[in-house]
Design a protein around this ligand. Structure first.
Ligand SMILES: *Cc1c(COP(=O)(O)O)cnc(C)c1O
Length: 386
């Protein structure tokens, strides 16, 4: 007779998972609207927690995806021919430089799987995007984390490229730079970034994550894809989740030398980007009017929200993205709860080592006002109960 597994006796199979995986702290996503409804019974909820586009999705992209519904019994084009071609044309590279991902998260993970292992290192900054430490550790690699720029610096909490360069050694295989960074909003300038890429050994990948590029470009934040021809070790990642308003369909991409793209291509799932995503992203790319409006309204909202938060006495980190990092001046958990009770979901960032901060996505003008009102009500309420 087969014996039953005895968990108390130490036969829990989860204990046999890789140590680097067992030690992982999972990614903490923003609270979904449906969950807040279930847990708190609140209605009329706004979510400013995941840097989604408050304008929604380009109607042209929605129409393209609807047209695609009739063909869902077929596998998608695993090579992503049309979308890769359009992206290559957009960036002035050949299609063999473009790798599509199930969100840019997918290509970040694939890079770690292909280039990291025990004994190999990834360098990134304190407060850098949470996926870098998770993907590094899951691949068995070692994270080397540079302290962020100090208080008083114009980009306090941001990437200290000199400190990062100091951590690059013979075992460093990947350097991650989010420009601008999430959750801090900080950015690095073109000349500084280019000097950094030049300083890194030619066999070490520099991954510049430009998830918020559309929002950041008007502030002079560089498009590192323009340097791909100069640096075969440069990888630039982009996403359709943020300004393009397609977070739910999961599509992003990496731009790199054809050699690096060929490597990633060997380990990606053959159909990692679904047919709706391929069609939606292609149409979204062509709808430049939608992006222009999203960028314009975000800049206005970011200014209004910065001003409103500052007027309430909360200091805000300068941001090139569609979100702001606010210092609440005390543990932010009570503020987070106070906002949830008023139907406003924002993002606590204690998991980043920032327990006094909240990250808020720039919403529509009406949503931004609602956030400021909810904060005002929270403050008037007894601070102990918020
Ligand atoms: C949101 C985000 C991403 C990835 O999002 P996907 O939806 O997986 O494309 C990557 N990097 C940063 C810095 C982000 O904020």
């Amino acid at each position: 007779m087969m014996s039953k597994p005895n968990l108390a006796g130490g036969c829990d199979p989860s204990a046999t998972a890789l140590e680097c995986v067992r030690a992982l702290k999972p990614y903490q996503p923003g609270k979904p609207i449906s969950e807040l409804e279930r847990e708190y019974g609140v209605r009329d909820i706004i979510k400013l927690a995941s840097n989604e586009n408050p304008l929604g999705t380009s109607p042209a992209a929605v129409a393209a995806m609807r047209d695609e519904l009739d063909g869902l019994w077929l596998y998608p084009d695993g090579g992503g021919f049309e979308l890769r071609g359009a992206l290559a044309a957009r960036h002035g590279v050949t299609p063999d430089c473009v790798t599509l991902g199930n969100g840019s998260n997918d290509v970040l993970v694939l890079l770690c799987e292909a280039f990291l292992a025990p004994g190999r290192e990834a360098v990134f900054s304190q407060y850098a995007f949470a996926v870098y430490p998770i993907a590094t550790q899951a691949a068995g690699g070692t994270a080397r984390i540079a302290p962020a720029l100090p208080a008083g610096h114009a980009q306090a909490l941001g990437h200290d490229l000199e400190a990062m360069a100091g951590l690059v050694g013979p075992d460093t295989r990947i350097v991650f730079i989010a420009n601008p960074n999430n959750p801090t909003g900080n950015w690095v300038e073109a000349d500084e970034l280019k000097r950094f890429v030049e300083s890194v050994p030619a066999d070490t990948l520099v991954v510049v994550d430009e998830a918020y590029h559309e929002y950041a470009a008007p502030l002079g934040v560089p498009d590192a894809s323009e340097w791909l021809g100069e640096f075969p070790n440069l990888v630039v990642t982009r996403t359709f989740s943020k300004a393009y308003g397609l977070a739910g369909i999961r599509v992003g991409y990496a731009l790199s030398s054809p050699g690096v793209a060929d490597i990633i291509n060997r380990i990606r799932q053959p159909f990692n980007v679904n047919s709706l995503a391929l069609a939606g992203a292609k149409a979204a790319l062509d709808d430049t009017g939608f992006i222009e409006r999203a960028v314009r309204e975000n800049a206005d909202g970011r200014d209004a929200l910065t001003e409103g938060l500052a007027a309430m006495g909360f200091s805000v980190t300068p941001s090139a993205g569609n979100f702001l990092l606010a210092d609440m001046g005390e543990p932010a958990a009570a503020w987070y709860e106070a906002l949830l009770r008023r139907g406003v979901i924002v993002r606590p960032v204690a998991n980043y080592g920032l327990p006094n901060h909240l990250r808020v996505t720039v919403g529509t003008a009406a949503q931004n006002r609602r956030l400021l009102e909810a904060l005002e009500q929270g403050r008037e309420h007894d601070a102990a109960t918020r």
